[in-house]
Design a protein around this ligand. Structure first.
Ligand code: ADP
Length: 263
């Protein structure tokens, strides 16, 4: 608690006593801590690529430039690290737009099967590269959903690319669309590495990753799930993850059909 003191004057402008106001600042403190932690995380995430770029550039300047092969190899690393920084900054900007409530959704009636197929096409190369099997199955009775097409596509791409990234070669991915009474449900399931129980509850936090090194190697920013959650929840939908470590993961997304017509 924080206490504030103020003198109290009576009608004759004489000192009448002291007013003490107690204010519960736990919430404010929690927010401050979260903010501090977030800034520390952002700095750390950006520091890693900067360190790499710096050391490779120095080595080039120190003479590695003489060798064309080395130069190409090192510049490739520098280029990749710049891409990583761009991804982090892009995701951070999007989250900060959400925080500032600047987002305007362009809602329209969209077809889930079109969206799932389009997302699949965009990721087809990585699926084939990993020789994974994928099954996409949208029930015939699934209605159109009133939602922002690009935003929902971003969520599906993110969840589906996670399924690909965190499932070994020859793995299996299943995508389903089913109708519920007032909502449509999208299920994206894989038989990949899974998420340990103790990590599951924190998985939607910004920058939270089960295995930082693995996520980095796979090009992740650790922000995809938090962005997806924000998008789905601002469409009055829900997203949750079930997983068994070593067995696989299932992401459930529900989007209301009519409920959000006027939002
Ligand atoms: P990233 O960019 O690291 O993939 P996300 O926010 O998309 O960030 O996911 C956060 C973390 O959740 C990942 O680093 C990974 O540890 C875990 N994760 C997400 N999807 C899956 C999945 N399908 N299987 C296993 N782990 C997953």
């Amino acid at each position: 608690y924080m206490a504030r003191f103020a003198p109290y004057l009576n009608e004759g402008d004489e000192f009448g006593g002291i007013i003490i106001v107690f204010q519960d600042i736990t919430e404010q403190q929690n927010l401050d801590n979260l903010r501090r932690e977030f800034v520390a995380n952002v700095s750390h995430e950006l520091k890693t690529p900067i360190t790499t770029i710096k050391s490779y550039t120095e080595t080039l300047l120190d003479g590695a430039l003489e060798s064309k092969d080395l130069s190409i190899q090192f510049l490739g690393v520098v280029n990749d690290e710049c891409d990583r920084m761009s991804r982090i900054v892009r995701d951070l900007l999007q989250l900060s737009n959400f925080d500032n409530k600047e987002v305007k959704w362009e809602k329209e009636f969209i077809s889930l099967s079109d969206l799932l197929l389009k997302s699949y096409t965009k990721l087809e190369i990585s699926i084939k590269e990993k020789k994974q099997e994928i099954k996409i199955d949208v029930d015939d009775n699934v209605p159109l959903v009133y939602a922002d097409k690009d935003a929902i596509e971003q969520v599906i791409l993110n969840i589906l690319s996670n399924a690909i990234k965190y499932t070994p070669e020859n793995g299996f991915i299943e995508v389903k669309g089913v109708k519920q009474s007032e909502a449509v449900k999208i299920i994206i399931e894989d038989n990949g590495i899974g998420i340990p129980k103790e990590d599951l509850e924190r998985i939607f936090e910004r920058f939270y990753r089960v295995d930082k090194a693995r996520s980095r190697d796979l090009g992740g920013t650790g922000l995809g799930l938090s962005i997806s959650k924000r998008i789905i929840e601002s469409h009055n939908g829900k997203i949750n993850i079930e997983s068994e470590y070593g067995k696989g993961t299932r992401v459930n997304i529900t989007l209301p059909i009519k409920d959000n017509l006027d939002s």
